[in-house]
Design a protein around this ligand. Sequence first.
Ligand code: TXA
Ligand code: MG
Length: 324
Amino acid sequence: MSSGSPRVLPAASGIAEAAAVLRTGGLVAFPTETVYGLGANALDARAAARIFEAKARPSFDPLITHLADAADLPGLVGAVPPAVAALVDRFWPGPLTLIVDRPAAIPPIVTSGLPTMAVRVPDEPSARALIAAAGVPVAAPSANRFGQLSPTRAEHVVAGLGDAVEVVLDGGPTRCGIESTIVDARGERPVVLRLGALPVEALVEAVGPVDVRPGSSGQPVAPGTLAAHYAPRTPLRLGAAEPAPGDGGRRGFLAFRERPAGAWAAVEVLSPEGDLTAAAARLFDALHRLDAAGVTEIVVEPVPEVGVGRAINDRLRRAAATWH
Ligand code: TXA
Ligand code: MG
């Protein structure tokens, strides 16, 4: 592929052009309320294959299919189990991905050969307008190269994927900033396969007890749950704000609410108010900035292990695991 830049269009006015690219088998990056997705026509195996190529994503890592409206689900997959339907009614559109049986219309490459399919309706008007205008379900993983930081701004997509993507819809920074929560609700008790923007507490309030198995290595696999993932290029470790003794290096610090004392070359504070939702929204952007700051190491402070804080800590642990 030639080197160059993708066409970056405003999300408000670029929908028709982007939808045409999807309909003809091309790739479009678009904002959702969680992170930017790299979309292709989910009914077209060749288009889906281009996603794996553009991301350098292993073929065993299945994609999430995105719909414009919850009412489109039965038309694609037929009857859904009552427990899945209850979650659809309660949380769609929103940052909840559900596991259903893969319908025949979806080619196996989309689900990496799994008999199941991950599906959600994003809570971002331009994303839903794009999918509706394309007139097809849209397979979309996060619009970053495999294993790297997730994109929460159009600039992150352009820097990470370049012209591997034809069109980038720019809708500004994403609201949640962290990926959707993935739940398999087909069995006795719902199982959380990936912690995400919808807090476990909200699920429990709606449907009662759930099992949380984000690190499960059993089938089906959710590779956003691979031990090493979501990583910056700069070595990253979890730690406290004390400068290491005798440390003369240029180090960066990712703080939850308070600026650390000491000689840090770069500091990012996620939320001075201590608001975990705000912290999640800034997480990947702050990591992208620290990664670009020319530091030799990024030290990150874990956040409180509650609500969306659990998903933030999950991403930080996986980012740190790359550097062990
Ligand atoms: O918020 C999100 O979910 C974003 C936006 C773009 O919607 N998408 C996203 O996609 O995070 P991706 O590919 O980065 O992560 C999708 C995760 C992967 O870990 C994948 O393994 C899992 O979903 N997944 C997909 N299909 C699955 C299935 N049938 N069973 C279990 N996990 C599945
Ligand atoms: Mg991803």
